[in-house]
Design a protein around this ligand. Structure first.
Ligand code: CS2
Length: 498
């Protein structure tokens, strides 16, 4: 196998079956700075933007920023930012080289360069996929103002570490320079993600104003509260982590090396609130749905897709299934997911025109895609940050409506049981969570199922202030007891006998 790498020089000589950028990359100017240039972004937004660049919208190139690790930049910089997107369905693979990421920056190496890109007047939009935990929400949902990185960024505004610190400093400098603010488009799996980020950033700006003594016209808080657009969006595409076997297979197909190809499914969806005062690409030409209100789509996706995903991940791990398709082919898990959907669907808005049966039928097909090998351990990461919007929210509403969220609460119990299984029946650190230290400390106390559940709910702030909280903890504790006694089989049997 050749050692030649994918790059601007080699891309035109790829086999004809591989789709390559059909535009002159030298004539693209950057209009978007993206924070969190991981695999999901490269399979989703970067592909939609690539469509727009192909259609001649040349001023929407992407500058990709990693807030933490240099890995993506190290893999893609020698490739001029090019990478292969492998679109896989059971039995077929389509390869497409994406050219929309023009350059990449690694924030910890050079925060000044990231700020320079953000304040460049050509940057009209900042998009984010930084994962749930990087929004640094405290258990109650507000900004975790005592988080060391927030404390750092308030003390050192010129060398920020967090997305909040970068956005605040850049918006302030643009305000002072008289440059219109960029639009901030959140693309993470959070409910009302634009409004949530807007709220967190205004909280950050308030603390920053207080520290800098900025009041009146100099207040960043008022500027962000009144002048900056934060459209919400629902993003969807399943993106399993790339393996070495994928790299070898793709190199074989291309005839040259690609250090970091991205794997994905044929399905893609993006629903965006149409609020872009500084302009946007004509995404709607490529299947993006531009709407006034994203909330119903977001809730449907978070509660049906992601909620089921978390259930499949934890129950799958406890049942010995390494991938989503294998877990979903297990009749007991399949039946569980159907029942979970039945519980969650009535919590969705009825008047928004959502077709939940078509949606769940399509999800069942997507979860059955054997070519993806989407690992249950990948989805299991960061459960404490994911369950509130995927499971707890629907469980609370289900109770409010007088129904019993038996299946939803089993997902919470399965998460706790999967955490307890690490280092025992599951490998140590098989998945991780920002609350790992306190979760492990709770496990080490060998408490009863009820005591453990209460300690975990308190720690993660689940259903805080909700009248149904005790009931949710009771249901969860009952499931946890069964899981500890006899694994998923006992928990499923318990559900059936109620
Ligand atoms: C998954 C999501 O890892 C996870 O938690 O549930 O990444 C999921 O694959 C995407 O949201 C699909 O759009």
């Amino acid at each position: 196998m050749t050692n030649r790498r994918l790059s601007n020089d080699t891309v035109q000589a790829l086999p004809a079956a591989v789709t390559v950028p059909a535009y002159d990359r030298g004539h693209i100017s950057p209009g978007i700075v993206h924070l969190g240039v991981g695999a999901f972004h490269r399979a989703h937004q970067a592909a939609y933007v690539d469509d727009c660049l192909t259609a001649g919208e040349t001023d929407w190139g992407i500058i990709g920023v990693s807030l933490r690790s240099p890995d993506t930049r190290d893999a893609l910089a020698p490739q001029d930012g090019l990478y292969t997107l492998a679109i896989r369905s059971s039995g077929e693979e389509e390869l497409r080289v994406i050219g929309s990421i023009g350059s990449m920056l690694v924030a910890p190496e050079d925060p000044g360069a990231v700020l320079a890109a953000l304040i460049d007047p050509r940057t009209r939009m900042v998009t984010l996929t930084i994962t749930e935990k990087a929004y640094l929400r405290a258990a109650g949902g507000g900004l975790d103002s005592v988080h060391p990185d927030i404390v750092h960024d308030l003390a050192n505004p010129l060398i920020p570490k967090t997305a909040h610190g970068f956005l605040a400093e850049a918006l302030d400098r643009r305000r002072i320079a008289g440059t219109p603010p960029f639009t901030v488009l959140c693309c993470d799996n959070l409910p009302a993600n634009g409004a949530t980020l807007h709220r967190l950033l205004t909280e950050f700006a308030k603390l920053r104003d207080a520290k800098l003594g900025a009041t009146g016209d100099a207040s960043l808080f008022s500027h962000i509260a009144d002048q900056v657009a934060f459209p919400s969006s629902m993003v969807d595409r399943i993106v399993p982590a790339t393996t070495d076997a994928d790299r070898t297979r793709i190199a074989g197909e291309l005839g040259i090396q690609d250090a970091w190809p991205v794997m994905t499914e044929p399905f893609r969806q993006w629903v965006i609130e149409d609020n872009f005062p500084t302009g946007r690409p004509a995404w709607e030409k490529f299947g993006v749905t531009m709407v006034r209100d994203v909330a119903p789509y977001e809730d449907m996706k978070l509660r049906l897709l992601n909620g089921a995903h978390s259930g499949i991940a934890y129950l799958g791990l406890l049942s010995g299934h390494a991938t989503v398709d294998r877990a979903f082919a297990d009749p007991a898990i399949r039946q569980f997911v159907d029942a979970l959907w039945e519980e969650a669907i009535p919590t969705l808005p009825r008047d928004a025109g959502l077709d939940t049966s078509a949606y769940t039928a399509e999800l069942a097909e997507r979860f059955s895609n054997t070519a993806l090998a989407h690992r249950t351990a990948q989805i299991a990461n960061d459960g404490s940050q994911k369950l509130p919007q995927r499971i707890i929210a629907s469980a609370v509403e289900c109770l409010r409506a007088g129904a019993l969220p038996k299946h939803l609460t089993l997902v919470i119990a399965a998460w706790i049981a999967a955490c307890e299984a690490r280092g025992k029946t599951l490998p140590e650190s098989h998945f991780t969570d920002p609350l790992d230290a306190p979760i492990t400390a709770i496990g080490d106390r060998r408490l009863s199922a009820a005591e453990t559940t209460t300690a975990v709910f308190d720690l993660a702030g689940y259903a805080d202030g909700e009248t149904g909280r005790e009931r949710l903890m009771d249901l969860t504790a009952g499931h946890l007891e069964q899981l500890r006694r006899g694994g998923p089989a006992a928990a499923f049997a318990g559900l059936a006998s109620e």
